[in-house]
Write a protein that binds this ligand. Structure first.
Ligand code: AMP
Ligand code: ZN
Length: 124
């Protein structure tokens, strides 16, 4: 098989099997909380802290490096949404995290920011 075609098929397969792409398309249900033109925010299915949100680009990029290189404007939009939601859902103390690579704990290879906080807006 011609190499370009093989790569295209591999990329397609990766995206076709991607949980976050399926959430964006509506094939898998999720607890969505907000969206912008190019990003979607949802609650993490297995929260690691009191507030645990995910913000993802609607288009598939395997990690934040690929997103940053391919589309800095979408990364900006994603950061903007993540910080707005962090202000909305916490008392202002939070962590933003992009796990990048399996050794760093990345398990879903579709770029996403974690918004994590042990404080919630109401102080609980
Ligand atoms: P990471 O380990 O950085 O790749 O983060 C992937 C995150 O996605 C984990 O915190 C998972 O709990 C979360 N997750 C996996 N499946 C779903 C889902 N269907 N809906 C919401 N969050 C999910
Ligand atoms: Zn994807």
């Amino acid at each position: 098989m011609e190499l370009g075609l093989a790569k295209t098929r591999l990329k397609y397969m990766t995206e076709a099997n991607c949980i976050f792409c399926k959430i964006v398309s509506g094939d898998i249900a999720s607890d969505k909380i907000a969206e912008t033109a190019n990003t979607l925010a949802l609650r993490d299915i297995a929260p690691l802290s009191k507030v645990h949100l995910l913000v993802i680009p609607k288009k598939h990029y395997k990690n934040v490096v690929e997103l940053s290189e391919a589309s800095p404007a979408v990364l900006g939009e994603l950061m903007s949404q993540a910080t707005s939601l962090a202000q909305e859902h916490t008392n202002g103390s939070f962590r933003l995290q992009f796990n990048t690579g399996s050794e760093a704990g990345q398990t879903i290879f579709h770029a996403h920011a974690h918004v994590l906080s042990d404080s919630s807006k109401d102080g609980s």
